[in-house]
Design a protein around this ligand. Structure first.
Ligand code: ADP
Ligand code: MG
Length: 616
């Protein structure tokens, strides 16, 4: 039998490859917009006709191409963005595969005009069915204009497969939004069938979101900000009350590239757990910056999926950053009774820049750290304040005669400060005004009503955050015991303890001996009493044993929760005025003051309107 294998001609290979890259008009929109961004354009205009089926035109003012580059750009694997395989690990461009223009040219009639700043004339190229028809010098502005006409004109089966104009247009808008959100500094325009749909001048992210989704969106945004070595997180989540049945406004960007990630979605879901109704999807615009070395975006031809090296750490940080921001917002919203109902502030009128007051909270503040030798919790109550709480909330005594910073009127500035003036002296009254109700709740006057705290849960929250920082950052202080305490454990318990030994030492425990039927302890965390230790460790073992290892909860988190629950003051404990006040102020220095570590509410607010209603 004769040999039967032949190499496919280029235009056939390109047509086959095009199937991967170009599924519909929106795929072309994405590739062309990304090329414009990669070319450094500051102005990008997209023109579509008939949902892109007849025409997709992209005009940019980027770097343009030389004549040779322009001709080469339509060949497969022609790219200026990587030179060798190693470059794949330090990508800073959207494109790198060198496939888009070749694929598009294989299945549409393409015209390109491009000019570099240093050239006098532009070059114009026409390609049909993958064949270059003409290349001529013409006059034209710096930048590149590409027109893609009659998509799939040579593959009727694919053309027939396209959905209605409405559906295809929806896909185009999605791609347009994604690129426009990822690059707020770039001016984008979209014209469809002769109508101006979007005109988005260079802006900050908040303005860009508002430009796309409408002025009402401004009021819904809660800013995020967290910087760590592994990842920087920024952007916004929508307030929980705007969560919707459908997955509407959900955007992840990694290094300014839109991506989809079920895993990160889950992290957001966990952050909103218990705050939104079951089945409702919170909205978000989340930007992650990571070292390009630590990601692999090469696993899907349309590049919306991504692999992270530190997936688990990013999950945990994302979740806690969102919870932190939501916590601050929720407390702000519940304390802010004068909150203006004008949901639609006019930005033009807010010319004066509001001062964003700072709360300088010492996150590592450990209420027990200065205690030496003697256990401080003899009565099961919080110890005396070591830090004057006033000093935790500095910079608040100026400039805002309202005494309150309205979260709805955050300035439209690029750096979104998370700090807000929640706890200035006007808000939680400095001199006393707290009392205990039923040895269970603490009532506390605020400017326009009162808050009720659940004392046990409030203390759990305080301890939980302090323990967590001890477990993950600074080792806690210890007190040596005169005689080691011996506790007996069975094999299973000992294995569990062994797993958390390091954490326990970090908490301030020191072990003299670790034998086959138990342990002996020679030093305890400074605030723990000898009589408590057996109960606390027993509870910890039970908790760790019983709790299913939940996704996203680290062992440190679970330890901190269990220990906080064991060590916190209980319902029924009578507290002195000073202790009550300290509890209130330590609570408000927490990252998430409104929830106990297990998610149950810590405080409720009763404003004057509430009282008025009761008395009406
Ligand atoms: P990739 O973006 O993966 O490199 P493309 O097929 O999308 O592959 O583009 C091929 C090359 O053509 C790019 O690497 C770039 O050098 C050039 N190019 C494409 N579009 C533009 C543009 N709008 N402005 C300047 N150069 C462009
Ligand atoms: Mg490209």
């Amino acid at each position: 039998m004769a040999d039967i294998i032949t190499l496919l001609p280029d235009h056939v290979a390109n047509q086959i490859a095009a199937g991967e890259v170009v599924q519909r008009p929106a795929s072309v929109v994405k590739e062309l917009m990304e090329n414009a961004i990669d070319a450094g354009a500051t102005q990008v205009q997209l023109v579509v006709k008939d949902a892109g089926k007849t025409l997709i035109q992209l005009i940019d003012n980027g770097c343009g191409m030389s004549k040779a580059d322009a001709q080469l750009s339509f060949s497969r694997h022609a790219t200026s963005k990587i030179k060798e395989a190693d470059d794949l690990f330090s990508l800073s461009t959207k494109g790198f595969r060198g496939e888009a223009l070749a694929s598009i040219a294989a299945i549409a009639q393409v015209e390109m005009r491009t000019r570099r700043p240093e050239d006098e004339l532009a070059i114009q190229i026409r390609i049909s069915g993958g064949e270059m028809e003409a290349a001529e010098a013409v006059t034209g502005p710096v930048g590149t204009t590409i027109s893609v006409k009659n998509l799939f004109y040579n593959i009727p089966a694919r053309r027939n497969f396209l959905k209605s104009d409405a559906v295809e247009q929806r896909h185009i808008l999605d791609e347009f939004h994604r690129v426009a959100l990822a690059h707020p500094k770039v001016h984008f325009k979209l014209i469809s069938n002769g109508n101006d749909l979007f005109n988005l001048p260079s802006a900050n992210l908040r303005k860009r979101i508002v430009g796309i989704f409408g002025p009402k969106t401004n009021e819904k945004l809660v800013p995020l900000e967290e910087k760590t070595e592994i990842v920087c997180i920024s952007g916004f989540v929508l307030k929980p009350e705007y969560a919707r049945k459908s997955r509407g406004e959900q955007f992840f960007f990694v290094n300014d590239r839109f991506i989809k990630s079920a895993y990160l979605n889950h992290a957001v879901g966990m952050a909103f757990e218990g705050i939104v109704k079951e089945g409702a999807h919170p909205g978000f615009f989340i930007f992650l910056e990571v070292d390009p070395n630590a990601i692999d975006i090469n696993i899907h031809p349309t590049k919306t999926e991504i692999k992270f090296e530190d997936e688990h750490a990013i999950y945990a940080m994302l979740r806690s950053t969102i919870r932190h921001s939501l916590g601050q917002y929720r407390v702000a919203a519940s304390l802010d009774f004068d909150h203006s109902l004008d949901l639609n502030p006019s930005y033009e009128s807010t010319k004066q820049v509001p001062v964003s007051p700072k709360i300088e909270v010492d996150r590592h503040f450990n209420p027990f750290s200065e205690k030496e030798g003697k256990a401080g919790y003899s009565s099961g109550k919080p110890p005396k304040p070591e830090v004057k709480w006033e000093s935790l909330y500095s910079g608040t005594a100026i400039s805002d005669p309202q005494g309150f910073h309205d979260p709805a009127e955050f300035p439209l500035e690029e750096s979104e400060e998370l700090e807000s003036r929640l706890f200035d002296q006007d808000t939680v009254e400095s001199k006393q005004e707290t009392f205990q109700v039923g040895a269970k709740y603490i009532a506390c006057r605020i400017r326009n009503g009162m808050i009720m705290l659940h004392q046990a849960r409030a203390h759990q929250r305080i301890l939980y955050e302090s323990y967590l920082s001890r477990l993950t950052m600074e080792r806690g202080g210890s007190q040596q015991l005169l005689f080691p305490v011996k506790i007996e454990y069975d094999n299973k318990q000992l294995t569990l303890l062994e797993d958390i030994r390091e954490g326990l030492e970090q908490m301030g425990f020191e072990f003299a001996d670790w034998h086959s039927d138990g342990i002996s302890i020679q030093a305890l965390p400074a605030e723990m009493e000898e009589v408590q230790v057996e109960r606390v460790l027993g509870q910890l073992i039970d908790d760790l044993d019983q709790e299913l290892p939940e996704l996203g909860y680290s062992i440190n988190d679970r330890m901190a929760r269990s220990l906080a629950a064991s060590m916190a003051i209980r319902t029924g404990t009578i507290l002195e005025a000073e202790e009550r006040e300290q509890l209130v102020h330590e609570l408000f220095a927490c990252k998430e003051p409104d929830r106990a570590p297990d998610g149950r509410p810590v405080l409720i607010t009763l404003d004057n309107k509430f009282f008025d209603k009761q008395f009406s």
